[in-house]
Structures are given as structure tokens and as C-alpha cells.
Design a protein around this ligand. Structure first.
Ligand code: C2E
Ligand code: CA
Ligand code: CA
Length: 820
């Protein structure tokens, strides 16, 4: 198709006539070139040799003795023809001669030659001896053919030469034999001339079209390669060419630079050898093998010592310049895009902060592990939840929290084995997947080591702080056959570890599922319990050591569960705290405990526990005011027990609130002292009326030196600050004696009494409620200055001493904490 179209363009008209075959469209600037092509063809024939052979044949056939005149004429004619040929050649060598003019000289020369030889041929036929006329006629015919073909690039002249030779042959024959005898020769000459006419014009057509087309093709190749080179130099991509075997041919300088390989080495190298193994390389190899084109195959490779990605496309080109087919295409460096893609994928699978796998990647790995679980080996999971992370994060700021999480991730990774996976799946939740365990012990040992490395203190804000974690362990397939089940089992076990006093490890057991269900049931039941009067308050005495008298009672809530009997607060307060239920529950306790205390003798105080969530509730202050007012209990009989965890969030706001409460005359006690991280720090933040030393220290008072030291230093410090101390959990006389010696003011514990229902209290309760305190009295109390605070147990002197001590010792305090 393409060829016929191109051919069409080369000829001015459709070649319906033979003449049209001799007309070619040659651009004016190509004329010289085309003339040279034609001359080149002419020169390619050994014309001089031909002339000599022709002369020799004529002389031989005519015979030198037949006609001296003819012999002389033939020799002279041949000399003339050769002379002209040499002269033309001579002219042609002139450097400034245009090819068209040279061709014109050739035409003239050939024209003269034709005339010359035609005349000699005619003469030879006339004078030749009788026996040689046939040979001469044959020579004449041969001359027609040879002359016609040898100059076919001058088609009209060639035709003229054919007719001249033919004419001379016929004319000679007529002269010799007469008209009648010449008829057969004339017919043969005419037929041959017609045939030659047809042949010459067609051959010339082929010659001309072929030359012109080749030139055009070369031109377009040149243009294309020019454009391609430009593309190669300026574009961001580069071109390449490979042969039928897939070997690189003619690598461009850019291609070489991109590979960092010398051209000599790159040329001939298999293209596929550049790339790393992979699915796409396989695809490329398949395409090359099957001889197909390909598009946008993205392949990784090492180029110039760097990991890079190339996108490669190639089109099959067949029969390229007569060679076997191959491929041509371009390569684009897509490393940047690939890297961005990798970053995005990384972000989707890894935690940005710690760089650990995230929940998505973890879940996928977990599912794979569960599927591959073999019968002989087990997989383990450790669910690691940091203790007190929220407090640290809120208390020290998010930067500190982040630093802590990063450090935790680092430490966890240090401990696990090769092939285990550490992932961060939530705020402070990490999981370790141990896909291949020989025994449960192996997993628990790793868990234990995790606890050890996490317990090593981490410096935050200039304070060394142990991280501490609760770990739950679960195993597959025993505790779960799907990833989800296993994760939930480990989570439950972790919850159990938390309940078990934190910084420990629990292994999952089937009961935990029930316990979780139980906790859920409790949460549902508790809401109802508050409204349907299932809660009750028991009271535990607080005994003054100096007098041995009960100074007051601590209100401790109980749940009279319809089916499970009396439940202790440790069982349901944490559940209430997890929901907002604690606010409602706390209000109920506050109002009822105050109503109860209103019926007690006036010297007895009432201590009520307050959870942080309650205090953070905006309505807490009005609630206290209202509860006091409606019960009629004077504020100085009320002690609110708070824990230091309250301070961790919005410290300043909390302190302001405590001051407001205190101004009313209500006393504030710091409960469970020593169990938190920085109990001492908070002593300086607020002037507490009382410290309650946690019962874990009292339990160790007689046999643990650290407990003794802590208790002693707390009491000394509190006395210095003029803060009263209450020791919790006193169970025996030994503890009591030790506390007395150390100067503790108040004790609480089973040694005296556990918490008892109000009706069991060892004193006469007033029958009717006293007149409630009026609200305005409370408001007035709240506005009293510190000078008048004697009524609430403080004195100006005491306050001043506390202030002085605080100023002296603000700074790093050793942590008063003993592990439970
Ligand atoms: P807590 O404030 O430290 O209360 C003292 C706990 O120690 C009480 O446990 C009490 O029964 C127990 N206890 C007293 N003497 C001894 C003793 O000699 N030895 C031992 N081993 N334990 C003793 P309970 O009543 O189970 O209360 C547990 C915790 O529940 C309380 O600890 C308190 O934090 C919380 N709680 C109790 N009632 C309320 C409440 O109304 N509101 C809030 N927010 N929390 C409450
Ligand atoms: Ca308490
Ligand atoms: Ca306590």
C-alpha cells in the first residue's frame, strides 16, 4: 500500500503511455543529484572495451582485405568514439561542473557515437562478403540491445540509438539485397526495437523510481534520527533500540549515562540484563520471546550505583533496513514517582511516629500467620499496654508522650527475636506477634524481658520515669483460631494484667471471656443500681492515734447486687469510671453520706472518696455546696479524698477548684499516697490537709526496709508541712506501734474495724435531721479569708510554714513509690 502510494508521487501522471514512464518528479534541488545518478549508470559500463570488441567483430566479419576504405573508416570511427568518450570523461572530472551539464556532454558524445556506429554498421553490411551477412545482421541486433540497455538512463537517446542501429541494418540490407529480400530482417528489427522500447522505458522507470525512493527514504531516516537525537538530548526520557534477540543496539549517549555503562559495553548487551528479577522482568522477557510490543513495564534496576525504577515501552519494528526485526521505544525514569508511591504505601502500613507496622499491616501479617499455622508449633501474641500513658501524655505534653512511644517501640524491637513482629495498633497499645514458638514459656520469657526493658526509667522533662506496662499473652491455636480471636484473647489477658495491679503479665484463659462479659453485665446493671437503690454506704472509722478515739469515718460504697450479693467498690468503681457513670454514682454517695453524717455526733468527720472524673465535672462545686446545704453538715466536717491522678490533666484548673472547695471550709486529703509517680510533687502544688499513706506501705512496714523508710520520710515531711497523716490498712499492733513511734496522726484499718453499715455504727444516731445549713452561710464561708480558716483546721502559721517549705524544696523529689 505504502509503496504504491510513494510510487505514485514519483511520476507526474499515471504511466498509461510508455512515454509517461520517462517522466519523474524530481525537485529542482535534486536535479543535479538525479543527473549524477544517470551518469553513474552510464559510466558503470565498460564502454571503451565495448567499442573495441565491436570494432574487432566488424573487422573480422567484413575482413580487412575486403575494403580498405571501410577498414580505415571503421578504425577512424572507433578512434573518434573512444576519443569523444575520453573527452567527456575528462570534462566530467572538472570539479565545478554541474552534473546536468556533464550529462548533456554525455548525451552529445553518445549521440555522435550512435551516428558513427550506425553508419559503420550499415556500410559493413553493404561491403561484407556473402557468407558473413547473417553474422553481421546478428551483430547489428546485438548492438541494438547493448546500446539500448547500456544507456537506458538516457531513455530517449537509447531509443534513438536502437532505431539508428536498426535503421542502418535495414538500410544496408536493402542496398545489398533490394527491398524484397529485406522484409524478414526489417520485421525482426522492428519487433526487437519495439521490445527494446518497452524494456528501456520500463527499466528506466524502475531505475528512476528506485533511486528517488531510496533517496527519499534516506532523507526521512535522517530527519527522524535528527528529531530523535534532539528528543534524546532534551527530553526526560530516552530512546533505545534492541535487535531481534533483545540485545541493545546503538545506545544513545543519554541511555549510556542513565545506565552508567560505556557505550561499547552497553551495545550488544541483552536489555533484560539491566533489570532485577521480578514479575515485570518476566513479562518483558515473555514479550520479547513472543515478538510482541509492550508498554509501561515498570522495572527496578541498579543504575549508577543507585536503586532506580524505569518505565519501558517498546514497539516491534520489522525488517529494519533489511536487517532482522527488533524493538524501538523509550525509557522513562520513574524512580521519584515510585518512591512517592512507596512512601504512601509505607504510610498506609507503618505507624508514622514509631516507624513500626500499624494495625493494617499487623492484621494482614496476623491472618497470614494464622493460615500457615502448623500442627506442631504454636504462635503467640503479647498485647502490651502502657501503664499511666495517658497521665504522662496529658501531664507532660504530647511531645513527651511521643518520645515515650518511640522509645517503647525501640525497646520492644530490641527484645523480640528475628521473625517476630512488633506493631503499634493504638495510642499506647503495642502488640508483639511471635509466629513460631516451641513452647508457651518461650513467649512468656520474652514477655518478661519486655517488662524488664520497659521498666528501665526514661528521662522526660528532667525526670526519670519508669514506663511500665501490662502485658496479656495468648496463643494460637489454643486461644483462638482466627487472628481476630487471638487478638481479643491477648487484649483480655492484658486487661486482666491491668486489674492485677499493672506492670505484670497475664496469660489468657477461657474464664477471661466470661469475666469480660461479667464486667459488661456489671456496667449495664450499675446504671440501674443507682436508680433502684441497690447501692449502700459502709463506714470505716479513722482513729486518732494520740487519743485512741474515732475522729471520723470514711464512706465506702457497696453494691447490693440482686443476684450476686454485696459487691466491693474495687469491682465496680473502675467500671463506673470507664463510663461517665461515676459522676452520677459520686453524687449519690456524696448526698447520702452527708445525709448520714448529719445524724452523727458533731465532732465526727465524714471522708468521701472523689474520682477525678467527678471533679472535672463542671457541676462538682455547686454539687458540694448544695449537698452540704441540704444535709446541714458543716463544711469542716467533710473531707474529700482525692488521688494524685486528678492533677495530671489541667493541673492549674484543678488546683483552683481545690482552693475554692477549701475556702468553703471543706478539707482535702491526698489518698493512696505513694502509689503514683510524683506524689511528692503534688504536695507542693496544693496545701493538703491530710495525706493518706497507701496501705501497700503499711503492709510492708514491719518487714520491708524501703516501706519503713518511705513511711518515715512521708510522716516527717508531712509534719514539717503541718499536714496530718493517716495510715491506711493497719491490721496489727506491730504496725500500729511503728506508726505511733514515727509520729503518724491517724490510722485506719481492720485492726479497729472494717467498713460497717450505718446501723452498725457504735454510737447513737440522731433521730431527726437537723435544720439544714442555709446556702448563704456556705457562700459566706467560701469567702472567708485564710485568716479565719482555723475553723477548717488550718492556721495562718501553718500555711506560712507550708509555703516556706514548698519554696525550699520545689524541684526534683525522689519518687515515693514502692511497687505493690
Ligand atoms: P480506699 O479509698 O483506699 O479505701 C480504703 C480501702 O481499704 C477500702 O476498700 C477498705 O475496705 C480497705 N481497707 C480498710 N482497712 C483495711 C485493712 O486493714 N486491710 C486491707 N487490706 N484493706 C483495708 P474498699 O471499700 O474495697 O474500697 C476500695 C476502693 O474503692 C477505695 O479505696 C476507694 O478508692 C474506692 N471507693 C470506695 N468507695 C468509693 C466512692 O464512693 N467513690 C469513689 N470514687 N471511690 C470509692
Ligand atoms: Ca479513700
Ligand atoms: Ca486509700
Amino acid at each position: 500500500m505504502a509503496e504504491s502510494k510513494a510510487g505514485h508521487a514519483l511520476i507526474r501522471q499515471t504511466p498509461v503511455t510508455l512515454l509517461a514512464l520517462t517522466r519523474h518528479h524530481v525537485e529542482p534541488h535534486e536535479e543535479d543529484w538525479f543527473a549524477r545518478c544517470r551518469s553513474d549508470y552510464l559510466r558503470s559500463f565498460p564502454l571503451t572495451l565495448l567499442e573495441l570488441v565491436r570494432l574487432a567483430a566488424l573487422l573480422l566479419l567484413v575482413g580487412p582485405s575486403t575494403s580498405t576504405a571501410f577498414t580505415c573508416a571503421a578504425l577512424a570511427g572507433c578512434a573518434l568514439v573512444v576519443g569523444i568518450e575520453l573527452a567527456v570523461r575528462q570534462r566530467e572530472t572538472k570539479p565545478d561542473l554541474s552534473q546536468s551539464l556533464a550529462l548533456r556532454y554525455r548525451k552529445t558524445g553518445i549521440g555522435l557515437r550512435t551516428l558513427c556506429w550506425s553508419a559503420i554498421l550499415g556500410w559493413a553490411i553493404v561491403v561484407a562478403p556473402q557468407g558473413h551477412t547473417h553474422e553481421l545482421a546478428s551483430l547489428g541486433l546485438a548492438m541494438m540491445v547493448i546500446d539500448g540497455i547500456s544507456i537506458l538512463t538516457l531513455p530517449h537517446l537509447a531509443l534513438a540509438s536502437v532505431f539508428a542501429s536498426g535503421g542502418a541494418l535495414v538500410a544496408g540490407a536493402i542496398t545489398r539485397e533490394g527491398l524484397a529480400g529485406t522484409a524478414p530482417v526489417a520485421v525482426i528489427v522492428l519487433l526487437l526495437a519495439s521490445f527494446l522500447h518497452w524494456s528501456i522505458y520500463n527499466l528506466y522507470y524502475l531505475f528512476a523510481t528506485r533511486r528517488i525512493r531510496t533517496k527519499r527514504l534516506a532523507q526521512s531516516h535522517e530527519t527522524i534520527s535528527l528529531l530523535l537525537n534532539q528528543y534524546d538530548d532534551e527530553g526526560s526520557d530516552w530512546l533505545y533500540e534492541i535487535d531481534a534477540r533483545g540485545h541493545i543496539s546503538n545506545p544513545s549517549p543519554r541511555f549510556c549515562d542513565a545506565c552508567g555503562i560505556e557505550a561499547a559495553q552497553l551495545g550488544g548487551m541483552p536489555l533484560t540484563a539491566l533489570f532485577h528479577e521480578g514479575v515485570h522482568l518476566q513479562e518483558l522477557q515473555d514479550k520479547l520471546q513472543r515478538g510482541e510490543s509492550f508498554r509501561d513495564l515498570i522495572l527496578p534496576l541498579m543504575a549508577c550505583g543507585e536503586e532506580r525504577w524505569w518505565s519501558i515501552s517498546g514497539r516491534l519494528v520489522d525488517q529494519l533496513r533489511g536487517e532482522r526485526g527488533g524493538w524501538r521505544g523509550f525509557i522513562a525514569d520513574v524512580s521519584e514517582a515510585k518512591r512517592a508511591e512507596a512512601r504512601i504505601s509505607h504510610m498506609a502500613h507503618f505507624d508514622l511516629l514509631t516507624g513500626l507496622p500499624n494495625r493494617t499491616l499487623f492484621n494482614a501479617t496476623l491472618e497470614r500467620t494464622m493460615m500457615r499455622l502448623s500442627a506442631r508449633r504454636t504462635a503467640g501474641m503479647l498485647f502490651v499496654d502502657l501503664d499511666h500513658f495517658k497521665e504522662i501524655n496529658d501531664g507532660y505534653g504530647h511531645a513527651a508522650g511521643d518520645a515515650l512511644l518511640i522509645e517503647v517501640g525501640r525497646r520492644l524491637e530490641q527484645v523480640v527475636r528475628h521473625g517476630d513482629m512488633v506493631a503499634r495498633i493504638g495510642g499506647d497499645e503495642f502488640v508483639v506477634l511471635l509466629p513460631d514458638l516451641s513452647s508457651h514459656e518461650e513467649c512468656l520469657e520474652i514477655g518478661q524481658r519486655l517488662l524488664e526493658v520497659l521498666a528501665m526509667p526514661l528521662e522526660i522533662d528532667g525526670q526519670a520515669m519508669p514506663i511500665g506496662a501490662s502485658i496479656g499473652a495468648a496463643f494460637a491455636p489454643e486461644n483462638g483460631t482466627t487472628g481476630d480471636e487471638l487478638l481479643r484473647a491477648a487484649d483480655l489477658a492484658m486487661y486482666e494484667a491491668k486489674l492485677g495491679g499493672r506492670n505484670g503479665i497475664s496469660t489468657f484463659n477461657a474464664n477471661m471471656r466470661e469475666q469480660m462479659q461479667e464486667r459488661r453485665d456489671l456496667a449495664t446493671g450499675l446504671r440501674n443500681a443507682i436508680r433502684s437503690d441497690q447501692l449502700e454506704i459502709h463506714y470505716q472509722p479513722l482513729v486518732d492515734l494520740s487519743t485512741g478515739q474515732t475522729g471520723g469515718y470514711e464512706a465506702l460504697v457497696r453494691w447490693n447486687h440482686p443476684s450476686r450479693g454485696l459487691l466491693g467498690p474495687d469491682l465496680f468503681i473502675p467500671i463506673a469510671e470507664e463510663s461517665r457513670l461515676i459522676v452520677e454514682l459520686g453524687e449519690w454517695v456524696l448526698r447520702n453520706a452527708l445525709a448520714e453524717a448529719a445524724r452523727w455526733p458533731d465532732h465526727l468527720t465524714i471522708a468521701i472518696n472523689v474520682s477525678p472524673a467527678q471533679m472535672r465535672d463542671k457541676s462538682f462545686l455547686p454539687l458540694v455546696t448544695h449537698a452540704l446545704a441540704s444535709s446541714g453538715v458543716l463544711p469542716d466536717r467533710l473531707e474529700l479524698e482525692i488521688t494524685e491522678s486528678l492533677f495530671i490533666q489541667n493541673r492549674d484548673e484543678v488546683i483552683d477548684l481545690l482552693h475554692s472547695i477549701r475556702k468553703m471550709g471543706v478539707r482535702i486529703s491526698l489518698d493512696d499516697f505513694g502509689t503514683g509517680y510524683s506524689s511528692l510533687k503534688y504536695l507542693h502544688a496544693f496545701p493538703f490537709d491530710k495525706i493518706k499513706i497507701d496501705r501497700s506501705f503499711i503492709a510492708g512496714l514491719l518487714d520491708r526496709e524501703d516501706c519503713q523508710a518511705i513511711v518515715q520520710s512521708v510522716i516527717t515531711l508531712a509534719n514539717d508541712l503541718d499536714i496530718r497523716t493517716t495510715a491506711e490498712g493497719v491490721e496489727n499492733d506491730g504496725q500500729l506501734e511503728a506508726l505511733r513511734r514515727q509520729g503518724c496522726a491517724q490510722v485506719q484499718g481492720f485492726l479497729f474495724s472494717g467498713a460497717v453499715p450505718s446501723q452498725n455504727l457504735p454510737f447513737e444516731r440522731k433521730d431527726s435531721q437537723r435544720e439544714p445549713v442555709r446556702r448563704d452561710t456556705l457562700v459566706e464561708l467560701a469567702h472567708r479569708s485564710d485568716r479565719d480558716a482555723a475553723i477548717v483546721g488550718g492556721s495562718t502559721d501553718r500555711r506560712k510554714r507550708q509555703e516556706k517549705h514548698r519554696a525550699k524544696s520545689v524541684g526534683n523529689q525522689p519518687r515515693a513509690n514502692a511497687g505493690r
